[in-house]
Ligand binder design. Structure first.
Ligand code: MF3
Ligand code: CO
Length: 250
């Protein structure tokens, strides 16, 4: 069931979304060679708790941390550990924050020191693919219109579209209906209505699109070892278009 949020619920989701944006802005200066992903996780967890909010991933289906920290060929759900970031890495930080029972969710990929041009290309065009999808958000358009726009942009730029994971509705739960795939056919799927809130989150690869799940049952990596990037926003469908609830503050 796709829920339509009331004005009061939307206000709480704006607050949750803004906390997600602020956490990203808070952690950015710490993303440097030498820091471990576990240290990043601890800093973010403390930030979230100080802001009267909840790290919603922690404990979700047994997930052990606040953040997903996905380095280089890890696509999503990398578990923070003692890995020390190195110059030239890229890392996606993905977080879900709960505020008074409502969730905000956003991911973006960061550079560590100097990264090569291929990684920069991958990051730039993954973020642009996200905005191509967001541009399709308005009442009357359909979920397939979003997936089609993301896929078309990604494939025109020779990037692989990971299909095993999708965006999603969001509200009281971090994962609500509908599923929001990053591929699709125009004019198919559920129709968007004002008050729906969805997460759009292209996961694109520099090589082939195929992925595998590691033995920890969380970490998803590219089969060919190519780099992956992931950008995600929480987006409200408004009367005449969209509002990004997790705006970038940088
Ligand atoms: N932002 C991620 C998602 O949309 C968070 C999931 S990690 C989990 O799926 F551990 F919470 F599942
Ligand atoms: Co998400």
């Amino acid at each position: 069931m796709i829920t339509i949020k009331s004005e009061r619920e939307i206000e709480l989701m704006r607050h949750a979304g803004m906390l997600v944006s602020k956490m990203h802005q808070f952690i950015k200066p710490y993303i440097k060679a030498g820091i471990t992903t576990k240290e990043l996780d601890k800093l973010c967890e403390d930030f979230i708790i100080k802001n009267d909010s909840v790290p919603s991933c922690k404990g979700y289906e047994g997930y052990p941390a606040t953040l997903c920290t996905s380095v280089n060929d890890t696509v999503v759900h990398g578990i923070p550990d003692n890995y020390k970031l190195k110059n030239g890495d890229i890392i996606t930080i993905d977080v879900v924050i709960g505020y008074k029972g409502y969730q905000g969710d956003a991911a973006w990929t960061y550079t560590v020191g100097d990264v090569d041009d291929n990684k920069k290309y991958l990051m730039e065009h993954t973020e642009k693919a996200l905005y191509e999808g967001i541009k399709m958000v308005k009442p009357g358009n359909r979920i397939g219109d979003i997936g089609y726009a993301v896929q078309k942009y990604a494939e025109e730029h020779n990037l692989g579209v990971v299909r095993e994971l999708c965006g999603h509705g969001i509200g009281r739960d971090m994962h609500e209906d509908p599923e929001v795939p990053n591929y699709g056919t125009p004019n198919t799927g559920p129709r968007l209505k004002p008050g729906m809130v969805i997460c759009i989150e292209p996961m694109l690869t520099f090589g082939k699109r195929y992925v595998y799940l590691m033995e920890d049952d969380w970490t998803v990596k590219t089969q060919d070892g190519s780099d992956a990037a992931h950008y995600e926003h929480t987006v409200l469908v408004t009367e005449d278009g969209y509002e990004i609830l997790t705006p970038r503050l940088d």
